[in-house]
Ligand binder design. Structure first.
Ligand code: NAD
Length: 494
């Protein structure tokens, strides 16, 4: 039986892209499943001159996929209200406050409030401050929770400034920083695989693991986000948040219990032992790339995309080697890579185990191949599943081994029924569970690491463009591993 969550959700930026594409469908799914029932209301705000009716039309359109129960949509949208509001205009907050109080009584919301800021980051601090100063936070037994989208700053300094501004109005445990990767089923599965299986957790250290590889590949380019992307680049857009979160889940120690405070403290500990590189190390251990035009002329080079300056040095690809200075991981590199216009769209983690120290099956005179390393692959998207490469006898005369794959993939029906990241994350906010959100100490450590790479890149002139669309990035990304006598597990044409 789903538990009903009572709350007012106040959404800033309610007419924006994220709200209409992701947030309304996510809230509707919670309603369909009974996590939201009678006792909830949404106040949408933006500068648009909408009324409730127009807003409800927008919400209805956003949740009405094929086969939807129209009656359910009708009852759902009755919980939606609109207030035209400029977040920089103090007078507007009193209107919002009145509306919030009215709806709190009407829907018996018990003073529970979620403030979701789905707007450009330069507004996060202003909204948080005004919510407190203008008396929109409830006092007494209800909760006040603030949800903010990425990006959280563009370096450590700006992130700290933003965090200081939010901290004036909200406590750390009231702030939910969204990293939608943490809402993905298979990212959450990393903890289940590691801590639910002796055969993995017992081997999860530098004695048995040779290296870990994390790949977040996109086959699209910057599309209509060029303006934002060119100011950010792959390091800030993907590495500082999603990749660092995935890496910290892979590297952390076992939490005392499966609860947000324990998990966060282990992730923070892991990130604090991540080696922050000096200039020489940053230049050697990180590679950047920018895509060129494709040979067939179908794809423009990055510098020719609309909204991108012709001399842009923004990276559309990053690969790097991360090292943790702790007992568990000393000597085990974590290789990461992400980029646009790559061969395919997928996210995966490859955990490469060491080969047996002695290979008793190696008979070179018989042409036998050497043992392969065991590799545990966690397929995060688009397929959700695992594969494990093990060595086995190949069934022929004589004694020859070959690597075989043990595969498990979720079937499409179960994958379809799996909650989407925003549904999961909004539900977590309503429950008050911060497990799948980034805490400030995690964000701060991640920025300190990434800033060091950025600093080096800002003073060195890159040789762009340096990779072709449809590849897996620049040659230097392969050389990064080749130098360590290793290679990427995922290669082209697999
Ligand atoms: P958007 O530009 O589509 O929407 C912004 C909203 O803010 C609009 O409703 C607009 O009317 C409102 N707004 C702007 N100025 C205002 C003001 N002064 N007062 C009141 N309302 C104002 O942006 P978006 O794409 O929906 O992104 C929202 C946030 O989510 C951003 O922080 C973005 O970085 C983040 N984000 C978006 C996506 C996405 O897929 N769109 C993905 C990840 C993160």
């Amino acid at each position: 039986m789903p538990t009903e969550r009572r709350s007012l959700i106040m959404l800033f930026g309610a007419t924006g892209d994220l709200a209409t594409r992701k947030l309304y469908p996510a809230i509707f799914n919670l309603y369909k499943k009974g996590n939201l029932k009678e006792h909830f209301a949404v106040i949408g705000t933006s500068r648009y001159k909408f009324d409730d009716e127009k807003f409800r039309e927008t919400v209805s359109k956003s949740v009405s996929e094929k086969g939807v129960d129209k009656k359910l949509v009708e009852s759902f949208i009755k919980h939606f209200f609109f207030v035209t509001h400029d977040v920089t205009d103090l007078d507007h907050y009193s209107v919002l406050k009145e509306k919030a109080e009215e709806l709190d009584k009407k829907f018996k919301l018990e003073g529970n409030r979620v403030f979701y800021i789905s707007m450009a980051p330069n507004f996060f601090g202003t909204v948080a401050k005004n919510l407190k100063n203008q008396g929109l936070l409830t006092e007494g037994k209800g909760f006040n929770r603030l949800v903010i989208e990425k990006p959280f700053g563009r370096d450590f300094e700006s992130a700290k400034e933003l965090n200081d501004a939010l901290s004036e109005s909200f406590e750390e445990n009231q702030i939910y920083r969204i990293d939608h990767y943490l809402g993905k089923e298979m990212i959450q599965n990393i903890e289940a695989v590691r801590f639910g299986n002796t055969i993995f957790e017992a081997l999860w250290n530098n004695r048995y693991i040779d290296n870990i590889q994390v790949t977040l590949a996109e086959n699209l380019g910057v599309e209509e986000r060029a303006g934002y992307y060119d100011n950010s680049g792959a390091l800030r857009d993907m590495v500082q948040n999603h990749i660092m979160q995935i890496v910290s889940l892979l590297a952390m120690e076992q939490p005392v219990a499966f609860k947000d405070t324990d998990i966060r403290s282990e992730k923070v500990k892991a990130l604090r032992s991540l080696r922050v590189y000096n200039v020489a190390e940053a230049s050697t251990n990180f590679v950047r790339g920018q895509y060129s035009a494709s040979g067939d002329g179908e794809t423009k080079e990055y510098r020719e995309e609309d909204g991108v300056p012709a001399d842009s040095n923004t990276e559309t690809f990053v690969a790097g080697k991360l090292l943790f200075d702790n007992y568990r991981w000393s000597g085990v590199p974590f290789y990461i890579r992400t980029g646009k216009k790559l061969a395919d769209k997928f996210t995966r983690v490859d955990v490469v185990f060491k080969k047996p120290l002695v290979d008793i099956f190696s008979f070179p005179q018989d042409g036998n191949t050497l043992l392969s390393p065991n590799v545990l692959t966690i397929h995060i998207e688009p397929e959700q599943g695992f594969s494990l490469v093990v060595n086995a006898k190949n069934g022929e005369q004589g004694f020859h081994t070959e690597p075989v794959n043990l595969d498990f993939y979720e079937n499409s029906q179960r994958t379809k029924a799996t909650p989407q990241p925003y549904e999961r994350l909004i539900h977590d906010v309503l429950k008050g569970d911060g497990t799948n959100f980034s805490s400030w100490p995690e964000v701060a450590s991640a920025w300190k690491f990434v800033d060091q790479i950025r600093r080096v890149w800002d003073i060195q002139q890159p040789m762009f463009p340096n990779y072709i669309p449809g590849s897996m990035g620049p040659v230097a990304a392969d050389e990064l591993l080749a130098r360590d006598h290793r290679e990427w597990i995922y290669k082209l044409n697999q």
